[in-house]
Write a protein that binds this ligand. Structure first.
Ligand SMILES: Nc1ncnc2c1ncn2[C@@H]1O[C@H](COP(=O)(O)OP(=O)(O)OP(=O)(O)O)[C@@H](O)[C@H]1O
Ligand SMILES: Cc1ncc(CO)c(N)n1
Length: 451
């Protein structure tokens, strides 16, 4: 039967910290829906700070891993990472020559922490045996300098070096990565078919352990899926920029790239859209006319952290939910970025209680809040408030600072997690009640108690 899923093979070392090497490659393959295969060259004891032990696998065992998967499963594209020593390099070269899959070579030499991952005497073997087989070589600045014997200080230098490496080694294409080249942007320079192409992205603050591995794995996965080389690099560039920005803050050294952001964000967005859309429909159907304030109600649901960074990451109802005769109607559909005030309230709340990602605002009146306080006492809800008249002048003067200040003030006031926060309004500001929950369903349950 024809295989439906594409496969990608990584020939690389293991990073026990899960940030680079085989582990980064497998996570990247998964992010692109490609089945990952492995040939482990070396086991490293490694974390975000250092490499503390290296145990190389016998070259014949490395070769046999490649053979085993290529013969039975089939390989659509492969990459190499840490090859560690000259014997492994020769065994890998000899074995991959038997197959015709595209080969991406990440000429790994030194870890982010500074530890050597390729013996000094193996650089020549890499140039002699592996680079001629490469569809693409992906050196960073230092690796490119080592492979070419030239210094790189600018994008122009990177071009000269990329061309030189391709011409001297017989590699089909070379991309010199710009992560370590000075500048506002991370510019990677590709030399392919006699021409140059630049791939640019803003340099982002984030996590950079495993960038090279994940980038070359992303190119490999997309080659396996049948994309052309330049297209595959384009996708990989977007993937790595997001992965760095969304990196998981773990360990005490260089934190690792987050490969799952690429699929997790779109998947979560879809779940949020569906759940919130259903909850809004149910809210309309219970027809809580008396709970709709003059300015309308919004109902929001945020992406989880670390992905929730601005109001664009929070879904809400476009145009809000309003009174329409004797019924309650959502004006527009659920959209990300559709709420400003309530979205900022939830983002602030999540700084204290990250799992509480949903909220709704309802009308404030003496009767409603008294009912709420009574129900809260029966059911064990907590209610808190803030008073806009207590807002410090410097907060008032700062655009968009009132809501974060208010939510923080209300949370700190009761020293427990408030399910409900209200404020009494101010000149030109309608008083309001905000109900929070982990998800829209929980928020709705609280609303239903008021009906
Ligand atoms: N701070 C950053 N912001 C955006 N892109 C970056 C940043 N740092 C690196 N990149 C990009 O990440 C990719 C990998 O490049 P980099 O030069 O970091 O590889 P590397 O040094 O081989 O990584 P490592 O050895 O840690 O695995 C390239 O596309 C590069 O432009
Ligand atoms: C195993 C391994 N491969 C590659 C790198 C490159 O960063 C690393 N740190 N560890």
């Amino acid at each position: 039967m024809k295989r439906l899923v594409k496969t990608a093979l990584t020939i690389a070392g293991s990073d026990s910290g899960g940030g680079a090497g085989i582990e980064a490659d497998l996570k990247t393959f998964t992010a692109f829906g490609v089945h990952g295969l492995v040939a482990i060259t070396s086991v490293t004891a490694q974390n975000t700070q250092a490499v503390t032990a290296i145990h190389d696998i016998p070259p014949e065992v490395v070769a046999e891993q490649i053979r085993a998967v290529a013969e039975d499963i089939g390989v659509d594209a492969a990459k190499t990472g840490m090859l560690s020593n000259a014997e492994i390099i020769k065994a890998v070269a000899k074995t991959v020559k038997n197959y015709d899959f595209p080969l991406v070579v990440d000429p790994v030499m030194i870890a982010k922490s500074g530890a050597p991952l390729l013996r000094e005497d193996a650089v020549d073997a890499l140039i002699k045996y592996i680079l001629p087989l490469a569809t693409l070589v992906t050196p960073n600045r230092f690796e490119a300098e080592k492979l070419s014997g030239m210094k790189i200080r600018s994008v122009e230098d990177a071009k000269i070096v990329a061309k030189k490496i391709a011409e001297e080694t017989g590699a089909e294409a070379v991309i010199v990565k710009g992560g370590h080249i000075e500048g506002e942007e991370a510019v990677d320079v590709l030399y392919h078919n006699g021409t140059f192409r630049e791939y640019r992205a803003p340099k982002v603050e984030g996590c950079t352990h495993g960038t090279g591995c994940s980038f070359s794995a992303a190119i490999t996965a997309n080659l396996a899926k049948g994309l052309g080389l330049e297209e595959a690099i384009e996708v990989a560039k977007k993937f790595i920029t997001l992965g760095i920005a969304m990196g998981h803050r773990i360990g005490h050294g260089h934190c690792p790239v987050n490969q799952s952001a690429w699929i997790e964000i779109p998947a979560e967005k879809w779940r949020i859209y569906e759940e919130l859309t259903n909850a809004v429909r149910e809210f309309e159907s219970i027809n809580p006319v008396r709970l709709i304030p003059e300015v309308g109600t919004n109902f929001v649901y945020s992406l989880p952290l670390p992905y929730a960074r601005s109001t664009k990451d929070v879904a809400g109802v476009k145009g809000r939910i309003v009174k329409y005769g004797n019924s309650v109607k959502a004006v527009g559909p659920v959209e990300f970025g559709a709420s400003d005030h309530l979205a900022r309230a939830v983002l602030t709340y999540m700084r204290f209680y990250p799992e509480y990602r949903s909220a709704i605002n309802i009308r404030y009146s003496r009767e409603i809040i008294e009912e709420i306080i009574e129900i809260a006492q029966e059911r064990g809800f907590k209610v808190s408030f803030y008073d806009r008249r207590e807002e410090p002048e410097e907060i008032k003067a700062k655009e968009g600072a009132t809501i974060p200040w208010g939510i923080e003030t209300a949370i700190k006031r009761i020293k427990e997690r408030p399910d409900i926060i209200y404020h009494l309004g101010d000149v030109g500001k309608e008083p309001m009640i905000l109900v929070f929950g982990r998800n829209p369903r929980e928020v709705l349950e609280k609303i239903k108690m008021l009906i």
